[in-house]
Design a protein around this ligand. Structure first.
Ligand code: ASP
Length: 326
C-alpha cells in the first residue's frame, strides 16, 4: 500500500474554515466532517505491521511550516500538535515566549508579524487571554489553530473528546454527557458544550455552586449540584480538572471535601450505568477528580483520548490549510 492508495477523497466538501478558533457556531455537519477525517488519519496512526507503507506518515502538507506559539504550559496539546504536523510532513518550530523578544517589550502583533514574514503557514496558539487566537487570525495571512485561549475555548480538545465518545458508544445524539468539576474556569467545558449540543447530546454541568452557575442553563444544558443524584442518568462523565491556576478565590473549603462530593470513585461508578464511559481532558489529579482505579479501569477512555488527539489535530490542520481550495 502507498500514500496514493489511501483514499483521502480530497478535503471534505463543506469545510470552509481557514482557522479553527472555537466550536461555538460550528454546525453538526462541520463537526462530523472533522471527526470522520480524524478517523481516517487514525487508521494510519494505529495500524499494525503488514503494510508496506507503515511509517505512520501521510505527507499531505510536506513543505509547509507550523509554528507552536505557546504562552501557557502544555504537555499533551503541544506534543500532539507537533506530532500531527510532522505526520503530515510539515516542518515544526517551537516559539518560546519567555526567551522571545516579547520579554524585551515587543508587542504580540509585532512578534507574529515577524513570524509571518518568515512565511509560516500555520500557527498553533495557546494563551491565557481569551480571544488571542481570533486576534491573531485577523492579523496574519497564515492559518490559526486555537490550542486554548484562557477559559474561553479549546476546540481540538472538544473534538477529540467527542470522537472518543463516538468511537466507544457509537453515537452522540441522545446521549447524556455530564461535565463535572470546575466549569467556571474551563475552556474544555465551553467547547464541549457547543459541540455536544450541536450533535444532539444532553449535557449536564455538575459541580459546586461556586464553580457552576445556574446561568449556564441559557446554553441549553442542565445544572446539577449533586453528583450522586445524576449518577444513574449519565452515559459519559467528563471529569474536568480543578483549574487552581485560574481561580482568584478558593471555591471550596478543602480538596478533601471536593473529592468527597464530586470525585469519581469505585463506589460511585458501581451506581452508574453499566456501560458508562469515563473521560478526562488531562492532566488528571489522581485522588481529586478521579481515583486511580477508575482512571485506569475498564470504563476509562482517557488514553484513547490522547491517541485521538493526534488524529483530530491532523484532520483540523489539513482541513484548515486546504480550505482556500474549496
Ligand atoms: N488540558 C486542558 C486545557 O488546556 C485541560 C486542563 O488543563 O485541565 O484546558
Amino acid at each position: 500500500m502507498s500514500v496514493g492508495d489511501l483514499c483521502w477523497g480530497g478535503v471534505p466538501v463543506g469545510w470552509r474554515r481557514r482557522h479553527l478558533l472555537g466550536i461555538e457556531g460550528m454546525s453538526a455537519d462541520e463537526i462530523t466532517l472533522a471527526l470522520d477525517q480524524a478517523e481516517r488519519f487514525k487508521s494510519v496512526l494505529v495500524r499494525d505491521k503488514g503494510y508496506e507503507y507503515c511509517d505512520r506518515k501521510v505527507p499531505l502538507l510536506a513543505g509547509k511550516t507550523c509554528v507552536n506559539l505557546f504562552f501557557e504550559n502544555s504537555t499533551r496539546t503541544k506534543t500532539s500538535f507537533t506530532l500531527a504536523a510532522r505526520r503530515l510532513g510539515m516542518d515544526v518550530v517551537d516559539f518560546s515566549a519567555s526567551t522571545s523578544s516579547l520579554s524585551k517589550g515587543e508587542t504580540f502583533i509585532d512578534t507574529v508579524k515577524n513570524l509571518e514574514a518568515m512565511q509560516v503557514d500555520a500557527v498553533v496558539v495557546r494563551h491565557s487571554c481569551p480571544g488571542t487566537a481570533m486576534l491573531l487570525s485577523e492579523n496574519i495571512r497564515g492559518h490559526v489553530l486555537n490550542a486554548g485561549d484562557g477559559a474561553h475555548e479549546h476546540p481540538t480538545q472538544a473534538l477529540l473528546d467527542i470522537l472518543t465518545i463516538r468511537q466507544r458508544l457509537g453515537r452522540i445524539k441522545g446521549l447524556t454527557v455530564a461535565l463535572v468539576g470546575d466549569i467556571a474556569h474551563s475552556r474544555t467545558a465551553r467547547s464541549n458544550i457547543w459541540g455536544l449540543r450541536a450533535l444532539g447530546a444532553n449535557v449536564i454541568l455538575c459541580g459546586p455552586s461556586t464553580l457552576v452557575s445556574k446561568r449556564w442553563e441559557s446554553l441549553g444544558v442542565v445544572v446539577s449540584y449533586s453528583l450522586d443524584e445524576i449518577l444513574g442518568k449519565v452515559d459519559v462523565f467528563n471529569l474536568l480538572r480543578i483549574q487552581f491556576e485560574r481561580q482568584v478565590i478558593r471555591p471550596f473549603p478543602s480538596t478533601r471535601e471536593y473529592s468527597h462530593l464530586y470525585g469519581m470513585d469505585t463506589a460511585r461508578l458501581s451506581r452508574a450505568k453499566p456501560e458508562v464511559l469515563i473521560i478526562a481532558p488531562g492532566p488528571i489529579n489522581r485522588g481529586l477528580e478521579v481515583t486511580p482505579d477508575v482512571a485506569d479501569g475498564q470504563h476509562s477512555a482517557i488514553l484513547d483520548q490522547v491517541t485521538n488527539g493526534v488524529a483530530i489535530r491532523m484532520a483540523t490542520l489539513w482541513m484548515c490549510l486546504n480550505s482556500k481550495s474549496i
